[in-house]
Design a protein around this ligand. Structure first.
Ligand SMILES: [Zn+2]
Length: 338
Protein backbone atom coordinates (compact mmCIF):
# COMPACT_ATOMS: atom_id res chain seq x y z
CA UNK A 1 0.00 0.00 0.00
CA UNK A 2 1.39 3.41 -0.89
CA UNK A 3 1.88 6.08 1.72
CA UNK A 4 -0.88 8.69 1.90
CA UNK A 5 -0.21 11.84 -0.06
CA UNK A 6 0.50 15.15 1.66
CA UNK A 7 -2.96 16.35 0.75
CA UNK A 8 -4.57 13.28 2.31
CA UNK A 9 -2.71 13.95 5.53
CA UNK A 10 -3.93 17.52 5.66
CA UNK A 11 -7.47 16.39 4.90
CA UNK A 12 -7.20 13.89 7.74
CA UNK A 13 -5.98 16.59 10.08
CA UNK A 14 -8.88 18.83 9.15
CA UNK A 15 -11.34 16.04 9.89
CA UNK A 16 -9.85 14.92 13.15
CA UNK A 17 -8.94 18.18 14.85
CA UNK A 18 -10.95 21.27 15.65
CA UNK A 19 -8.45 23.43 13.89
CA UNK A 20 -8.74 27.01 12.93
CA UNK A 21 -5.10 26.48 12.22
CA UNK A 22 -2.22 28.85 12.71
CA UNK A 23 -0.44 27.34 9.79
CA UNK A 24 -1.64 27.30 6.23
CA UNK A 25 -1.42 23.89 4.57
CA UNK A 26 0.81 24.59 1.58
CA UNK A 27 -1.23 22.17 -0.51
CA UNK A 28 -4.48 24.06 0.03
CA UNK A 29 -4.41 26.69 -2.67
CA UNK A 30 -2.50 24.51 -5.07
CA UNK A 31 -5.23 21.92 -4.86
CA UNK A 32 -8.27 24.12 -5.14
CA UNK A 33 -9.16 26.18 -8.17
CA UNK A 34 -10.28 29.69 -7.48
CA UNK A 35 -12.83 29.55 -10.25
CA UNK A 36 -15.17 26.64 -10.51
CA UNK A 37 -17.71 26.16 -13.27
CA UNK A 38 -17.41 29.72 -14.48
CA UNK A 39 -18.26 31.34 -11.18
CA UNK A 40 -15.89 33.52 -9.27
CA UNK A 41 -15.95 34.65 -5.70
CA UNK A 42 -16.59 38.38 -5.83
CA UNK A 43 -19.58 38.49 -3.46
CA UNK A 44 -17.90 36.13 -1.00
CA UNK A 45 -14.61 38.04 -1.16
CA UNK A 46 -16.44 41.30 -0.60
CA UNK A 47 -18.19 40.00 2.51
CA UNK A 48 -14.96 38.69 4.03
CA UNK A 49 -13.08 41.85 3.02
CA UNK A 50 -15.76 44.07 4.53
CA UNK A 51 -15.66 42.36 7.93
CA UNK A 52 -11.83 42.34 7.94
CA UNK A 53 -11.68 46.02 6.95
CA UNK A 54 -14.14 47.02 9.64
CA UNK A 55 -12.15 45.18 12.33
CA UNK A 56 -8.78 46.49 11.10
CA UNK A 57 -10.04 50.08 10.85
CA UNK A 58 -11.98 50.32 14.11
CA UNK A 59 -9.67 48.22 16.29
CA UNK A 60 -6.63 50.26 15.24
CA UNK A 61 -5.96 51.67 18.74
CA UNK A 62 -5.50 48.08 20.02
CA UNK A 63 -2.68 47.33 17.57
CA UNK A 64 0.94 48.14 18.37
CA UNK A 65 1.89 48.82 14.74
CA UNK A 66 -0.28 50.66 12.27
CA UNK A 67 -1.00 49.48 8.72
CA UNK A 68 -2.26 51.62 5.79
CA UNK A 69 -5.78 50.43 4.97
CA UNK A 70 -7.31 51.23 1.57
CA UNK A 71 -10.46 49.11 1.26
CA UNK A 72 -9.32 47.60 -2.06
CA UNK A 73 -9.77 43.88 -2.66
CA UNK A 74 -7.46 42.73 -5.43
CA UNK A 75 -7.44 39.88 -7.90
CA UNK A 76 -4.80 38.68 -10.32
CA UNK A 77 -4.79 36.44 -13.35
CA UNK A 78 -2.58 33.91 -11.55
CA UNK A 79 -5.40 33.08 -9.20
CA UNK A 80 -7.60 31.70 -11.94
CA UNK A 81 -7.57 28.35 -13.65
CA UNK A 82 -5.97 28.26 -17.11
CA UNK A 83 -9.34 27.60 -18.73
CA UNK A 84 -10.83 30.71 -17.10
CA UNK A 85 -7.99 33.13 -17.79
CA UNK A 86 -9.03 34.15 -21.30
CA UNK A 87 -12.47 35.02 -19.94
CA UNK A 88 -10.99 37.07 -17.11
CA UNK A 89 -8.81 38.96 -19.64
CA UNK A 90 -11.78 39.66 -21.90
CA UNK A 91 -13.97 40.79 -19.01
CA UNK A 92 -11.47 42.55 -16.75
CA UNK A 93 -8.24 43.27 -18.76
CA UNK A 94 -6.48 41.23 -16.10
CA UNK A 95 -3.44 40.76 -18.37
CA UNK A 96 -2.69 44.49 -18.02
CA UNK A 97 -2.20 44.92 -14.29
CA UNK A 98 -3.60 44.30 -10.82
CA UNK A 99 -7.38 43.97 -10.84
CA UNK A 100 -9.70 45.68 -8.38
CA UNK A 101 -12.10 42.90 -7.45
CA UNK A 102 -14.13 45.02 -5.08
CA UNK A 103 -14.02 48.25 -3.09
CA UNK A 104 -15.24 48.50 0.49
CA UNK A 105 -17.74 51.34 0.99
CA UNK A 106 -16.69 54.37 3.05
CA UNK A 107 -13.02 53.50 2.53
CA UNK A 108 -10.14 55.58 1.12
CA UNK A 109 -10.42 53.58 -2.13
CA UNK A 110 -14.09 54.52 -2.48
CA UNK A 111 -13.23 58.16 -1.73
CA UNK A 112 -10.54 58.04 -4.44
CA UNK A 113 -13.15 56.92 -6.95
CA UNK A 114 -11.82 53.41 -7.49
CA UNK A 115 -14.42 50.85 -8.49
CA UNK A 116 -14.61 47.12 -9.12
CA UNK A 117 -13.28 46.34 -12.58
CA UNK A 118 -10.53 48.96 -12.51
CA UNK A 119 -7.03 47.72 -13.29
CA UNK A 120 -4.11 49.27 -11.40
CA UNK A 121 -1.06 49.91 -13.60
CA UNK A 122 1.30 52.24 -11.73
CA UNK A 123 1.93 53.73 -8.30
CA UNK A 124 3.64 57.15 -8.13
CA UNK A 125 4.58 56.75 -11.78
CA UNK A 126 6.26 53.34 -11.37
CA UNK A 127 4.90 50.13 -12.82
CA UNK A 128 3.48 47.69 -10.33
CA UNK A 129 5.70 44.69 -9.50
CA UNK A 130 3.71 42.26 -11.56
CA UNK A 131 5.79 39.51 -13.07
CA UNK A 132 4.49 39.19 -16.63
CA UNK A 133 5.28 35.46 -16.59
CA UNK A 134 2.20 33.75 -15.26
CA UNK A 135 2.62 31.15 -12.54
CA UNK A 136 1.51 27.64 -13.45
CA UNK A 137 -2.11 27.25 -12.31
CA UNK A 138 -1.39 24.83 -9.47
CA UNK A 139 1.90 26.30 -8.27
CA UNK A 140 2.29 27.82 -4.83
CA UNK A 141 3.62 30.97 -6.54
CA UNK A 142 0.17 31.91 -7.77
CA UNK A 143 -0.30 34.58 -5.09
CA UNK A 144 3.25 35.99 -5.17
CA UNK A 145 2.72 38.66 -7.85
CA UNK A 146 -0.45 39.97 -6.20
CA UNK A 147 1.22 40.11 -2.79
CA UNK A 148 4.28 41.95 -4.17
CA UNK A 149 2.09 44.56 -5.89
CA UNK A 150 -0.12 44.99 -2.83
CA UNK A 151 2.99 45.55 -0.70
CA UNK A 152 4.31 48.10 -3.22
CA UNK A 153 1.07 50.10 -2.94
CA UNK A 154 1.15 49.93 0.88
CA UNK A 155 4.77 51.10 0.95
CA UNK A 156 3.89 54.09 -1.25
CA UNK A 157 0.94 54.93 1.01
CA UNK A 158 3.18 54.87 4.07
CA UNK A 159 4.61 58.16 2.72
CA UNK A 160 1.18 59.76 2.22
CA UNK A 161 -1.10 60.11 -0.78
CA UNK A 162 -0.15 57.93 -3.75
CA UNK A 163 -0.87 58.58 -7.43
CA UNK A 164 -2.37 55.44 -8.94
CA UNK A 165 -2.44 54.86 -12.70
CA UNK A 166 -5.70 53.12 -13.56
CA UNK A 167 -7.07 51.41 -16.65
CA UNK A 168 -10.84 51.78 -16.79
CA UNK A 169 -12.86 50.49 -19.73
CA UNK A 170 -9.87 50.83 -22.04
CA UNK A 171 -8.93 54.36 -20.93
CA UNK A 172 -6.05 55.29 -18.67
CA UNK A 173 -6.52 57.75 -15.86
CA UNK A 174 -4.83 58.70 -12.61
CA UNK A 175 -6.36 58.87 -9.14
CA UNK A 176 -5.10 60.03 -5.76
CA UNK A 177 -5.32 57.28 -3.16
CA UNK A 178 -4.94 57.79 0.57
CA UNK A 179 -5.16 55.27 3.38
CA UNK A 180 -6.40 55.18 6.93
CA UNK A 181 -4.35 53.68 9.74
CA UNK A 182 -5.48 50.47 11.36
CA UNK A 183 -4.50 46.97 12.36
CA UNK A 184 -2.88 44.77 9.72
CA UNK A 185 -5.97 43.57 7.86
CA UNK A 186 -4.90 41.65 4.76
CA UNK A 187 -7.33 38.86 4.14
CA UNK A 188 -7.99 36.40 1.38
CA UNK A 189 -10.47 33.70 0.58
CA UNK A 190 -9.44 30.29 -0.76
CA UNK A 191 -11.87 27.89 -2.34
CA UNK A 192 -11.67 24.74 -0.26
CA UNK A 193 -13.84 22.10 1.37
CA UNK A 194 -11.71 22.31 4.54
CA UNK A 195 -13.61 24.26 7.19
CA UNK A 196 -10.63 26.29 8.30
CA UNK A 197 -8.84 29.62 8.57
CA UNK A 198 -5.14 30.40 8.75
CA UNK A 199 -2.69 33.10 9.73
CA UNK A 200 0.77 33.13 8.15
CA UNK A 201 2.09 36.37 9.65
CA UNK A 202 1.14 38.52 6.65
CA UNK A 203 -2.28 37.32 5.55
CA UNK A 204 -5.38 35.84 7.07
CA UNK A 205 -6.84 33.15 4.83
CA UNK A 206 -10.37 31.84 5.16
CA UNK A 207 -11.72 28.94 3.17
CA UNK A 208 -15.06 29.07 1.40
CA UNK A 209 -16.12 26.18 3.66
CA UNK A 210 -15.54 28.14 6.87
CA UNK A 211 -17.31 31.13 5.32
CA UNK A 212 -20.32 28.90 4.66
CA UNK A 213 -20.12 27.53 8.23
CA UNK A 214 -20.34 31.03 9.77
CA UNK A 215 -24.00 31.83 10.37
CA UNK A 216 -23.64 35.61 10.67
CA UNK A 217 -21.16 38.44 10.22
CA UNK A 218 -20.68 38.35 14.00
CA UNK A 219 -19.42 34.75 13.73
CA UNK A 220 -17.33 35.66 10.70
CA UNK A 221 -15.80 38.50 12.73
CA UNK A 222 -14.91 36.05 15.53
CA UNK A 223 -12.99 33.88 13.02
CA UNK A 224 -11.25 36.74 11.22
CA UNK A 225 -10.34 38.60 14.42
CA UNK A 226 -8.86 35.43 15.95
CA UNK A 227 -6.59 34.88 12.93
CA UNK A 228 -5.78 38.59 12.67
CA UNK A 229 -4.72 38.45 16.33
CA UNK A 230 -2.23 35.65 15.52
CA UNK A 231 -0.62 37.96 12.93
CA UNK A 232 -0.70 41.06 15.15
CA UNK A 233 1.00 39.06 17.94
CA UNK A 234 3.61 37.60 15.53
CA UNK A 235 2.64 34.05 16.50
CA UNK A 236 3.79 32.31 13.29
CA UNK A 237 7.32 33.74 13.66
CA UNK A 238 7.35 33.08 17.39
CA UNK A 239 6.43 29.40 17.03
CA UNK A 240 8.97 28.96 14.25
CA UNK A 241 11.72 30.53 16.35
CA UNK A 242 10.78 28.28 19.29
CA UNK A 243 11.20 25.24 17.06
CA UNK A 244 7.56 24.16 17.28
CA UNK A 245 6.99 21.58 14.53
CA UNK A 246 4.56 22.29 11.73
CA UNK A 247 1.63 20.30 10.47
CA UNK A 248 0.19 17.30 12.26
CA UNK A 249 3.05 17.18 14.79
CA UNK A 250 2.21 20.66 16.02
CA UNK A 251 -0.39 19.49 18.53
CA UNK A 252 1.74 16.66 19.90
CA UNK A 253 4.25 16.62 22.76
CA UNK A 254 5.78 19.20 25.04
CA UNK A 255 5.70 22.03 22.52
CA UNK A 256 1.93 21.75 22.09
CA UNK A 257 1.72 23.89 25.23
CA UNK A 258 3.36 26.73 23.32
CA UNK A 259 0.77 26.43 20.56
CA UNK A 260 -2.09 26.39 23.05
CA UNK A 261 -0.66 29.50 24.72
CA UNK A 262 -0.76 31.35 21.39
CA UNK A 263 -4.34 30.19 20.93
CA UNK A 264 -5.37 31.61 24.29
CA UNK A 265 -3.67 34.92 23.41
CA UNK A 266 -5.38 35.01 19.99
CA UNK A 267 -8.78 34.32 21.58
CA UNK A 268 -8.30 37.16 24.08
CA UNK A 269 -7.11 39.73 21.55
CA UNK A 270 -9.53 38.48 18.87
CA UNK A 271 -12.54 39.09 21.13
CA UNK A 272 -11.26 42.61 21.87
CA UNK A 273 -10.72 43.36 18.17
CA UNK A 274 -14.17 42.15 17.16
CA UNK A 275 -15.77 44.04 20.04
CA UNK A 276 -13.93 47.26 19.15
CA UNK A 277 -15.40 46.93 15.64
CA UNK A 278 -18.91 46.73 17.09
CA UNK A 279 -19.53 43.02 16.48
CA UNK A 280 -21.54 40.99 18.96
CA UNK A 281 -18.82 38.94 20.63
CA UNK A 282 -21.43 36.93 22.54
CA UNK A 283 -21.62 35.01 19.24
CA UNK A 284 -18.22 33.47 20.00
CA UNK A 285 -19.33 30.75 22.42
CA UNK A 286 -22.23 29.36 20.37
CA UNK A 287 -19.95 29.47 17.32
CA UNK A 288 -17.17 27.45 18.98
CA UNK A 289 -19.68 24.98 20.43
CA UNK A 290 -21.04 24.30 16.95
CA UNK A 291 -17.54 24.15 15.50
CA UNK A 292 -16.22 21.71 18.10
CA UNK A 293 -19.38 19.57 17.90
CA UNK A 294 -18.74 19.08 14.22
CA UNK A 295 -14.94 19.01 13.94
CA UNK A 296 -13.37 18.11 17.28
CA UNK A 297 -11.24 15.00 17.30
CA UNK A 298 -8.88 12.97 19.46
CA UNK A 299 -6.70 14.96 21.85
CA UNK A 300 -3.58 13.65 20.14
CA UNK A 301 -4.35 15.62 16.97
CA UNK A 302 -5.51 18.74 18.74
CA UNK A 303 -3.68 21.93 17.81
CA UNK A 304 -6.13 24.01 19.84
CA UNK A 305 -7.25 24.14 23.48
CA UNK A 306 -10.32 22.22 24.57
CA UNK A 307 -13.73 23.81 24.13
CA UNK A 308 -14.00 24.26 27.91
CA UNK A 309 -10.71 26.15 28.10
CA UNK A 310 -11.71 28.28 25.16
CA UNK A 311 -15.10 29.13 26.68
CA UNK A 312 -13.45 30.21 29.94
CA UNK A 313 -11.06 32.56 28.14
CA UNK A 314 -13.82 34.08 26.03
CA UNK A 315 -16.17 34.50 29.00
CA UNK A 316 -13.40 36.19 31.02
CA UNK A 317 -12.51 38.52 28.16
CA UNK A 318 -16.13 39.53 27.56
CA UNK A 319 -16.53 40.21 31.30
CA UNK A 320 -13.42 42.42 31.24
CA UNK A 321 -14.79 44.30 28.24
CA UNK A 322 -18.12 44.84 29.99
CA UNK A 323 -16.29 46.22 33.03
CA UNK A 324 -14.42 48.61 30.78
CA UNK A 325 -17.44 49.53 28.66
CA UNK A 326 -17.33 53.12 29.85
CA UNK A 327 -14.08 53.63 28.00
CA UNK A 328 -15.10 55.76 25.04
CA UNK A 329 -12.53 54.47 22.53
CA UNK A 330 -13.95 50.98 22.39
CA UNK A 331 -16.97 50.06 20.30
CA UNK A 332 -17.92 53.61 19.47
CA UNK A 333 -16.34 54.04 16.06
CA UNK A 334 -18.71 54.86 13.22
CA UNK A 335 -18.33 52.93 10.00
CA UNK A 336 -21.67 52.75 8.22
CA UNK A 337 -20.58 50.12 5.71
CA UNK A 338 -21.92 46.93 7.28
ZN1 LIG B 1 -5.74 30.02 16.32
Amino acid sequence: MSAPSRLTLFSLAALSAASLALEEPSALEAAEPRVLQGSYLRAEDHRVGQVAYRIAALAGPLCPASSPLTGILYHHLNEYESADRSGMIAQFDLDRGLGVLSVIGDSPAAAAGLTAGDVLLTVNGRSLNLDPALAPPKSTARRAALEAAELQIEQALAHGTARIGVLRQGHQTELSLTSRPGCPGRVRLARSRQTNAFANGRYVTLTTAVLAFAQSDDELAIIIAHEMAHNILNHPDRLDSEGVPKGLLRGIGRKAQKVWATEAEADRLGIRLASAAGYDVAAAIPFWRRFYAKFDGPQIFRTHPSLGARERIITETIAELNLGAQRPELGKGALPDR
